[in-house]
Design a protein around this ligand. Structure first.
Ligand code: 0X9
Ligand code: ZN
Length: 320
């Protein structure tokens, strides 16, 4: 059992996931997505009894190391399902009718690095993975740095826009698409669900945005854009109903910036899934350093996000 409203180490989170799977085998199974550069297992939970006809939803967080509120939110979802499985009819409906995967920390190496901030204050703002140093001549000198932005390393318009070929950049896309074990393993995992994967949601922070495809160019939309937009609008509305938090929805270039090589565009395009969303949690974009969210905002952030996410889950669980 983990008390919500706190941040935990990856090893505590991992043990927690294992315990849940051991203690509740009829609702949750431990899944191993792959292994990181530093040898950590990327773990998640699979909820609901699997039968071949059931639609699948995947929710992840923590592809960016410093986005702790996203990791907390995914953990909160797990906690909620586990604790409310016998009392909340909506959650029972999900457990009966869909298969839901939650992977709370996609980039555990980066996350653990950000947790060394007590001794290395700069570490808290680390975003990338912890892959070994790569070097490039930047016009002045040959600069070498660690880490790849895993949300630039997916094979969708790799390196085209809003990504950098310089290893010292925060948005370094890596030497090639899926060059990184984390993104590669995750893409393989998602691909294994092809045909049944109906929704994919990735939790980030911050800016209070509900984003859909495509990200690389303005006014360029993926198939099902009307349906995608309708569900996003409804999700944002439900989310706001709880505490009045204002979210905007749209494609990346319409509401923040263009970039390519991200997980949601790749999933939407390659796996032909219906709902593929990037959610940027609290605080709002006007905040200067929103990656450090006050602990007393963690639970409200997670709760309102769940309210939005249930709109997508209901679409999938209640279709016939
Ligand atoms: O830039 C990113 O990878 C994400 N934003 S973050 O601040 N969490 O790093 C995704 C932004 C989504 N934007 C677009 N789809 N353009
Ligand atoms: Zn992010």
């Amino acid at each position: 059992r983990l008390r919500m409203g706190e941040y935990y180490s990856y090893s505590v989170i991992s043990t927690w996931l294992q315990r849940i799977a051991e203690n509740m085998p009829d609702i949750a199974q431990l899944i191993k997505v792959g292994t990181t550069v530093e040898g950590r297992e990327i773990l998640g939970l699979k909820f609901g009894k699997d039968t071949p006809d059931k639609k699948v939803v995947v929710i992840d967080a923590g592809i960016h190391a410093r986005e702790w509120a996203a990791i907390h939110t995914a953990s909160y979802f797990i906690n909620l399902i586990v604790n409310s499985r016998e009392t909340d009819p909506q959650i029972q409906n999900y457990l009966d009718n869909i298969v839901l995967y939650i992977i709370p920390v996609l980039n555990p190496d980066g996350y653990e690095y950000t947790r060394t901030d007590k001794t290395n204050p700069r570490a808290r703002m680390w975003r990338k993975s912890r892959s070994p140093k790569a070097c490039a001549f930047d016009g002045v000198r040959n600069s070498c740095c660690m880490g790849v932005d895993l949300n630039r390393n997916f094979d969708f318009r790799f390196s085209e826009i809003g990504a950098s070929r310089y290893p010292c950049s925060e948005i370094y896309h890596g030497p090639s698409a899926f060059s990184e074990p984390e993104s590669k393993a995750y893409a393989q995992f998602l691909t294994s669900l092809k045909g049944r994967l109906e929704a994919y949601i990735t939790l980030h922070s911050y800016s209070q945005l509900w984003i859909y495809s495509y990200s690389h160019r303005k006014f360029t939309y993926a198939p099902d854009i009307e349906e995608t937009r309708r569900v996003a609008a409804k999700a944002v509305q439900e989310l706001g109903r709880m505490y009045g938090t204002k979210y905007r929805h749209g494609t990346g270039p319409e509401i923040i910036y263009a970039f390519s090589g991200g997980s949601t565009d790749w999933a939407k395009e390659t796996l032909k899934i219906k709902y593929s969303y990037t959610i940027e949690l609290r605080p709002g974009y006007e905040e200067w350093n929103g990656f450090v969210l006050d602990k007393n905002q963690l639970v409200p952030t997670a709760k309102e996000t769940w309210a939005g996410v249930t709109v997508v889950l209901d679409e999938v669980a209640n279709q016939w």
